[in-house]
Ligand binder design. Structure first.
Ligand SMILES: CC(C)(COP(=O)(O)OP(=O)(O)OC[C@H]1O[C@@H](n2cnc3c(N)ncnc32)[C@H](O)[C@@H]1OP(=O)(O)O)[C@@H](O)C(=O)NCCC(=O)NCCS
Ligand SMILES: [Zn+2]
Length: 246
């Protein structure tokens, strides 16, 4: 049985080596399917995933006569970490030995601010005042070698525990329904009882989902019907909090 530790993370208090590892994990997750955000052309904005590396080698990593650039430059990922993982945020990392293999974060935000951030309105469908704080479930990712083994589910359950302690009662997430529903869309809709609150216009394919946090813990604890990508079990351990948020 493999052992994975879950640790809390905050960019302000973390060891820079851990932050650097998280940045690499983030870049690896999105360079892989289904996003394929590895390298892009700064001229025409076309982009490629890690799966295209041989094709790109043939192209000598050039397009529109210029060298390809990172889709997610390290400096931008670091800036985003500081911006999104504020002291009120809940962020968990999954560690295999000293390597970050997964991440999950979210934070409380008023419905009004979240509507501005996401550029779409959903308060009426949700039936709540726009001044109410909700739990925005911002990011979750696991490197492909560890997918299908409940790493995301375990991190999401830890984040939910933090949201409940903070007195939040509704969870909101943005995900993709079309042209292909993302794994998270199927998971949240089919297994976790979220409902669609808003569709982005113009055939964009992204949607806003929400549900009450009450009762979610029980759904996350339910055993899956099958192991998706692997039949190897993982033993999860939660490390004593390393970070004390004032
Ligand atoms: C989405 C992602 C985080 C899931 O991570 P994971 O560790 O493989 O997920 P888990 O094993 O914990 O499974 C969680 C749920 O996802 C669904 N799921 C996972 N793998 C699946 C698969 N291959 N087929 C269908 N459903 C699957 C299941 O509903 C599962 O719940 P269940 O075990 O109760 O049935 C991972 O695939 C990933 O990093 N994808 C790329 C990044 C991304 O798309 N992030 C979300 C948008 S920002
Ligand atoms: Zn180009």
């Amino acid at each position: 049985m493999e052992k994975i530790s879950l640790i809390r993370y905050s960019p302000e208090y973390a060891n820079p080596t851990l932050t650097a590892q998280l940045v690499e994990c983030y870049r690896d997750v999105f360079a892989d399917g289904p996003w394929h955000e590895w390298l892009k052309c700064s001229q025409c904005q076309r982009y490629w995933g890690i799966k295209d590396k041989y094709q790109l080698a043939v192209m000598k990593f050039l397009h529109c006569n210029v060298p390809l650039v990172d889709f997610w430059p390290r400096e931008q990922v670091i800036r985003d970490l500081y911006h999104e993982i504020t002291p009120k945020a809940s962020c968990w990392l999954a560690m295999k030995d000293a390597s970050v293999i997964g991440f999950c974060w979210g934070y409380p935000i008023t419905i009004a601010d979240l509507q501005v951030k996401l550029g779409i309105s959903f308060s009426r469908e949700l039936g709540r005042e726009t001044t109410e704080l909700v739990a925005y479930q911002d990011e979750v990712g696991v490197v492909s070698a560890y997918r299908g083994r409940k790493v995301a589910k375990t991190m999401v359950a830890h984040r939910l525990g933090d949201f409940i302690v903070q007195g939040l009662s509704v969870g909101i997430v943005r995900t993709r329904q079309n042209p292909e529903p993302s794994k998270t869309f199927l998971w949240y809709i089919n297994k976790l009882g979220y409902r669609i609150l808003a569709h982005y216009p113009g055939g964009d394919g992204r949607v806003i989902l929400g549900r009450k946090l009450d009762g979610l813990r029980e759904l996350l604890a339910e055993a899956p019907e099958r192991n998706y990508d692997s039949n190897q079990d993982i033993l999860f351990e939660t490390e004593v909090e390393r970070v004390i948020v004032p």
